[in-house]
Design a binder for this molecule. Structure first.
Ligand SMILES: CC(C)(COP(=O)(O)OP(=O)(O)OC[C@H]1O[C@@H](n2cnc3c(N)ncnc32)[C@H](O)[C@@H]1OP(=O)(O)O)[C@@H](O)C(=O)NCCC(=O)NCCS
Length: 169
């Protein structure tokens, strides 16, 4: 199994992976256009037959905050470490960008906890993240959980609050 930055040729496979889980309402559907536009945010897992078996994206919000999103692993290779590998690849990318905290909104709470994430109050996230949620079929009754992994303790200072408010729309 190899994890590498995605290429435009991976987009149809990423689209299909996400669509499978979007149909079950555990992920937000992404159009091909959106995927091409954001392809530089994606990492993919490739198996020995060159098949895309997993994907994840890191979306930067601000100087100290990014979201891990679009995480999906093909059902036939789940529970074999692919998801953890993708989460680590995104975390390493965040570190290279000098971003301290990465959060995720998910139903896969135990999986993220096993990957070093801690539950947090959704209300502590910047309002900007809800722009995408309005496209979700479950909005506004979503029960997704917010989890975060940080190099530093989760920001609670007045300074951090001010910075978060700066990126709210
Ligand atoms: C969640 C998901 C990405 C996990 O991928 P995976 O490749 O199966 O995960 P891994 O094999 O790397 O698992 C890492 C650890 O989490 C555990 N784990 C994985 N899925 C789990 C689950 N659904 N519930 C509880 N624990 C889980 C594994 O047992 C493993 O534990 P370990 O610490 O003992 O090794 C995958 O199930 C998936 O694509 N789900 C559908 C889409 C989805 O919900 N995406 C998340 C949206 S943000």
């Amino acid at each position: 199994m190899n994890i590498r930055p995605a290429r435009v040729g991976d987009v149809p496979s990423i689209y299909e992976l996400i669509r499978t889980f979007a149909d079950r309402k555990v992920m937000i559907r992404r159009s091909l256009g959106e995927l091409y536009e954001s392809i530089r945010e994606f990492q993919v897992a490739i198996d020995d037959n060159d098949r895309v078996v997993g994907c994840a994206a890191l979306h930067v919000f601000w100087e100290d905050l990014a979201e891990l999103k679009c995480l999906a692993v093909a059902e036939d290779v789940q529970r074999a470490g692919v998801g953890r590998g993708l989460v680590e690849a995104c975390w390493n990318q965040a570190r290279e960008l000098e971003i301290n905290s990465v959060f995720a909104l998910t139903y896969a709470v135990e999986f993220f906890e096993r990957c070093g994430y801690q539950q947090m109050d959704k209300a502590d996230l910047p309002h900007k993240i809800w722009n995408e949620c309005v496209r979700c079929p479950l909005f506004p009754n979503c029960t997704e959980v917010a989890l975060i992994r940080s190099h530093e303790p989760v920001p609670r200072t007045a300074d951090a609050e001010n910075r978060l408010q700066l990126i709210q729309v």
